[in-house]
Each structure stands twice: as C-alpha cells, then as structure tokens.
Design a protein around this ligand. Structure first.
Ligand code: FES
Ligand code: FES
Length: 169
C-alpha cells in the first residue's frame, strides 16, 4: 500500500501544505498538486533537463527528485524567477537573443542557468539572486559544457549560449 506523508513545501516564497506519496516526484507534486505547470515533463528519466528547478539554490532534475527529500529546502521554479513583475535578467536575455523556439525546454534552461551561474560564481549553491556581478567570465565552450544536461530539440543552443553569456559578464 502507498505510504503518504504530510509536508510543508516552500515554493517560490509561498508555503504549501501537501500530502504526498513517499514515491512521488517533485515534478509531479509541482505540476499535479500545486498547479505549477511551468516546469515541464520531457523524458521523465533524468536525461533532458526540461524539469530542472532549484532546490536551496541548487539545480535539480525534479523528475528524479522525491518530494519527501526536499521539504527542508526552498524550491524555485520558473514561475518564481521574476521579481515584482520584472522578468529575471536571464529571462530578458533569452527574449533578446531568440533563445527559444517551441519553448518546451525553456523553463528548465532558465532554472539550470540560474543555478549554473551561482555555481560558477562561488563554487557552491547559493540563493537565487539577481546579483550576477560575482559570476566569472565564461566562454561559450564552458557554458555549453555546464549546460549540457539541458537538451533543446529545436536546436536553439546558439541563442541560449548567447543569452547566458550576456548575463555572465
Ligand atoms: Fe526530467 Fe527529462 S523530464 S530530465
Ligand atoms: Fe523547443 Fe528548446 S526551444 S525544445
């Protein structure tokens, strides 16, 4: 029989009481229970990155993350990247550089890039921040390598790399 637990999840600065099956993935909790459908289900096997979100500022593939394992960490999804109605600098850069076509991979690309820039800035996870001044110069090859877990079927990689390079001074 399924085992359920009651949790309080913090997502995008809001607290949600949820009752989840212990085997439930964070991806399904976000989409099916909380209605946060910005996070996409691609492969559901950890191979495409479409489901990437931030847990405690660190990027995770939510299809391989159990909800019961992250209730102690603040979750940020693509819906939480904007501040006071102003898109995150990366979101603005994605628009400016045509970094999307169908858009299916985009929420994962954005969350992954935010986490990646935090990793690059100080080598450890940090809170989601719009202060990108600490990010070191990353060349295109390094950006591609660091973003290699996020696939784009539309091949929008040149725009994605250009957008990330723009915010990584
Ligand atoms: Fe999670 Fe593809 S849906 S990595
Ligand atoms: Fe279509 Fe990336 S924009 S999959």
């Amino acid at each position: 029989a399924p085992i359920t637990v009651e949790l309080r999840l913090t997502v995008n600065d809001a607290t949600y009481p949820v009752t989840v099956d212990t085997r439930e993935t964070l991806l399904d909790t976000l989409r099916e229970r909380l209605g946060l459908t910005g996070t996409k289900k691609g492969c559901d096997h950890g191979q495409c990155g479409a489901c990437t979100v931030l847990a405690g500022g660190q990027r995770v593939v939510s299809c391989l993350t159990l909800t019961v394992g992250v209730d102690d960490r603040a979750i940020t999804t693509v819906e939480g990247l904007a501040r006071d109605g102003v898109p995150h600098p990366l979101q603005q850069a994605f628009v400016r550089h045509d970094a999307l076509q169908c858009g299916y991979c985009t929420p994962g690309q954005l969350c992954s890039a935010v986490g990646m820039l935090a990793e690059a800035a100080d080598g450890r996870p940090s809170a989601v921040s719009e202060d990108l001044t600490a990010v070191p110069v990353l060349d295109d090859a390094e950006i591609r390598e660091r973003m290699s877990g996020n696939l784009c079927r539309c091949g929008a990689y040149p725009g994605i790399v250009a957008a990330i390079r723009q915010v990584a001074p």
